[in-house]
Ligand binder design. Sequence first.
Ligand code: UFG
Length: 328
Amino acid sequence: MAVLVTGGAGYIGSHTVAELIDKNEEVIVVDNLEKGHREAVIGGKLIVGDLRDSEFIKDVFNKNSIEAVIHFAAYIEVGESVGNPLKYYNNNVIATLNLLTAMKEAGVNKIVFSSTAATYGEPENIPILETDKTLPTNPYGETKLTVEKALNWCDKAYGTKYAVLRYFNACGAHKSGKIGEDHNPESHLIPLIIQVAMGKRDYISIFGNDYNTPDGTCVRDYIHVSDLAQAHCLALEKLRRGNDSQTYNLGNGKGFSVREVIDVVRKVTGCKIEAVDAPRRPGDPAVLVASSEKIKNELGWAPEAADLEMIVESAWNWHKQHPKGYSK
Ligand code: UFG
């Protein structure tokens, strides 16, 4: 039986597909290729289609023997979600309800769900625990939290077992150099700094220098995408063992400021990277750092690339080999 990976042509999805293939899993990817890349799917069967089409996803379950689902497909831009919340509710919530309905009708009761640190909003404690208050400050985080709540009710009503994974800042690229981060437009810090190193932009803007942090810039918890992918495999195994539904943070528990990240990219690339102070970006909390003790203790998750220099080296390697992303 196959593992269905929705959004498997996207950044974190494609790295998870690579881990699953490594583990000899049978994989079916569903992706509408609006944001994802066909070339990023390095194994398994790709079915192109959209979860907002309820008949399409029911058909996928009818025609294939599916054991479990790992659900990534969603819009992910915090800023865009503030300006266009309905777009986010439609794709991130309604499409997920279509998926859950199709799962229920097909008798599939295991799902690993891609959630986010944005479910917490402005944190009350650092490091953030899974039991901390969730009060999203943007529609993106709200849609993810809405799905988390729906999963909880589906578990109670239908026995749908879930693992919710709340990621902090995903970055880096696969060790093979074959897959990496290619968003259009790019909005994430590390790939943008790398674009400066590659001469594709003149400077990196530092969004805010007056936060209550040691150097005044925002602090984030950066986690290698392959360590995230590994966590999905562990969560799937746990669901297969028949364990209860759970929610886990995924980060490295160490915060880096925007200035520190720029310095790491300078060191790894050996390039002079110009940085320019700019206004704060609306909706950015000052500090987001995870406690990932729960997933370490319960699932034995052990990150292999917790060091930011290693993470940036892997990203640099991918971007050097794919200066135009997947389009070349
Ligand atoms: N930043 C800059 N300049 C840039 C881009 C980003 O200074 O050009 C800063 C941001 O203000 C932020 C940090 O770099 O302080 C990291 O920004 P990213 O856009 O790379 O990542 P975010 O922390 O905003 O977002 C990530 C995920 C989201 C998720 C969020 C949870 O990408 O999907 O964490 O808080 F919702």
